[in-house]
Design a protein around this ligand. Structure first.
Ligand SMILES: *[C@@H]1O[C@H](CO)[C@@H](O)[C@H](O)[C@H]1NC(C)=O
Ligand SMILES: *[C@@H]1O[C@H](CO)[C@@H](O)[C@H](O)[C@H]1NC(C)=O
Ligand SMILES: *[C@@H]1O[C@H](CO)[C@@H](O)[C@H](O)[C@H]1NC(C)=O
Ligand SMILES: *[C@@H]1O[C@H](CO)[C@@H](O)[C@H](O)[C@H]1NC(C)=O
Ligand SMILES: *[C@@H]1O[C@H](CO)[C@@H](O)[C@H](O)[C@H]1NC(C)=O
Ligand SMILES: *[C@@H]1O[C@H](CO)[C@@H](O)[C@H](O)[C@H]1NC(C)=O
Ligand SMILES: *[C@@H]1O[C@H](CO)[C@@H](O)[C@H](O)[C@H]1NC(C)=O
Length: 437
């Protein structure tokens, strides 16, 4: 067993293309030449990208073998080193012994699984601009079972790697890939299918963490943890680092996650989370929909969250907020650092086979305010619990919601909760159609 990237039968070769920037293309094509070379105007294969590329390299020409066993580290290294002569960036590492270690993120202060540090992610990049990772629906198998096993046996002294991790970067496009069995999570964007066993530990689907201007759309995620987890650092480390996640668009996502949320905001949100627009989402057999998770010591805020158009089937909670999530990096968090949770808007929700309509629990002496819920129809399951809306330390208003809400969220006549009508810059980014041989 090795942690090499497994190239599934779906996928023939692994392509690395780049000019000033790097593109990884996963597809099933046949190319004879190796090395970095100019792509002529041949157009039998097309792919959408932020910008088109002039040079390409093919991993199999560097000795890459897609059998799920062979270490492709040297092949990646040679391909990328070759490409670096015409492209100035890139990297990918495999076997655990060859797996580089990274210091902890400054905004987290420690690793999530283990304090000492963390493994580099399978596909990792930092300070990049204009990167495209795409694959005609090819598959990257993160072979996470190796890591989940170590996690369960408590044998990890560093935090598990992600399948894809991009830090401090701009203009990143990840599209049309199937990511399976990620050791822990993946990040960013469009047309992804992400499959992890629903009992695998902390396998968030997509985690935008201290990201500005992110668009996640048209993806299908099956996960053992939150399908999308929006984060921005942990307690005193996140407060000090101070980088929010903001201007995030999430749309047309389908999620299956029996023990977690479709979208979690937090619990690590100490750099703040604001201006999130989530629309046209489907969840099936999922614990909750768009959940706020925070705790004393987190500081910062979650505000201006807009959710519209949820189609939910088989849920434990339709609405769930938790102000006492706990989970601290160390005992040095500031008990006076109370998070400000305000302006959380939901509208147009249809839910079937629901156990509890809502469990809304703010932080004691720090209520969650400005909650707005309108046009919601919840069909509770036969084993319906008596207290459908359990609300503590929250304030807000509702309109057209069944079953009847709690006294802290009174019905205030007929209105729609707000959803922005302006467009974020990221919504206007169009992909060009590129071709290569
Ligand atoms: C992509 O692949 C996954 C599984 O490999 C499949 O379920 C999905 O339908 C595929 N999507 C497209 C658009 O072909
Ligand atoms: C981590 O664990 C490995 C064995 O699992 C051991 O060889 C290594 O020394 C440990 N590293 C640290 C920093 O404890
Ligand atoms: C994803 O695949 C679909 C179907 O093959 C294609 O229409 C679309 O342009 C692709 N998008 C990207 C960003 O690669
Ligand atoms: C929370 O944020 C809102 C909006 O930015 C602001 O109006 C309010 O005063 C803040 N509340 C606290 C307790 O800081
Ligand atoms: C209420 O929500 C349903 C389901 O999302 C939607 O079809 C309908 O148009 C909404 N009604 C109003 C008045 O917005
Ligand atoms: C309803 O939800 C329960 C779990 O609460 C599940 O076991 C059952 O299969 C669901 N029924 C339908 C018709 O989806
Ligand atoms: C309602 O929520 C509070 C706070 O989380 C909890 O202590 C209480 O047990 C819940 N009540 C019921 C009836 O579930």
């Amino acid at each position: 067993m090795s942690q090499t990237m497994k190239l599934c039968p779906l996928l023939g070769n692994y392509y690395v293309i780049g000019v000033i920037s790097l593109v990884l293309i996963l597809g099933s094509l046949n190319v004879k030449e190796a090395e970095c070379r100019v792509v002529y105007g041949m157009d039998n294969i097309q792919y959408p990208a932020i910008n088109c590329r002039k040079h390409s390299a093919v991993l199999t020409d560097f000795g890459g073998v897609g059998d799920g066993k062979t270490s492709n580290t040297m092949a990646f290294r040679s391909a990328i080193s070759k490409l670096s002569q015409c492209a100035s960036d890139g990297g990918a590492q495999l076997d655990e012994s060859e797996w580089p270690q990274l210091p902890v993120l400054p905004s987290y202060g420690r690793g999530r699984d283990a304090a000492a540090g963390r493994f580099s992610s399978l596909i990792f990049g930092t300070n990049l601009a204009d990167v495209v990772i795409t694959g005609q629906n090819g598959t990257i198998d993160g072979q996470g079972s190796y890591w989940w096993d170590k996690f369960h046996k408590n044998q990890l002294n560093l935090t598990r790697p992600y399948t894809i991790e991009i830090m401090y970067s701009d203009q990143i496009q990840i599209s049309n890939l199937t990511l399976v069995n990620s050791p822990s999570c993946n990040i960013i964007i469009q047309g992804l299918t992400i499959l992890a066993p629903v009992d695998s530990p902390n396998t968030d689907g997509i985690d935008p963490d201290s990201c500005t201007n992110t668009r996640i759309e048209d993806s299908f995620i099956v996960s053992g943890d939150d399908c999308i987890a929006v984060k921005s650092g942990w307690d005193e480390y996140g407060i000090k680092f101070g980088m929010p996640t903001q201007h995030l668009v999430i749309r047309r996502i389908t999620c299956i996650s029996p023990d977690s949320a479709m979208i979690a905001l937090g619990s690590e949100m100490s750099g703040g989370i604001q201006d999130v627009r989530a629309e046209d989402l489907t969840a099936i057999n999922t614990e909750s929909a768009v959940r706020v998770k925070t705790a004393v010591g987190r500081g910062a805020y979650v505000k201006d969250i807009f959710v519209k158009g949820l189609n939910l089937n088989t849920m434990k909670y339709v609405f769930w907020m938790t102000g006492s999530y706990g989970s601290h990096p160390d005992p040095n968090f500031d008990p006076k650092a109370l998070p400000n949770i305000t302006g959380i808007n939901y509208r147009d929700v249809v839910a079937k086979n629901v156990t509890y309509s809502a469990k809304l629990e703010g932080t004691t002496n720090d209520p969650f305010t400005g909650i707005c819920i309108s046009n919601v129809s919840i069909q509770v399951s036969e084993q319906q619990k008596k207290l459908q809306w359990n609300c503590t330390d929250v304030a807000g208003v509702t309109s057209g919601v069944t079953p009847t809400t709690c006294p802290l969220l009174p019905e205030k006549g007929k209105f729609d909760c707000p959803f922005p009508t302006d467009k974020l810059p990221i919504e206007d980014v169009q992909l060009k159609t590129c071709s290569f041989i």
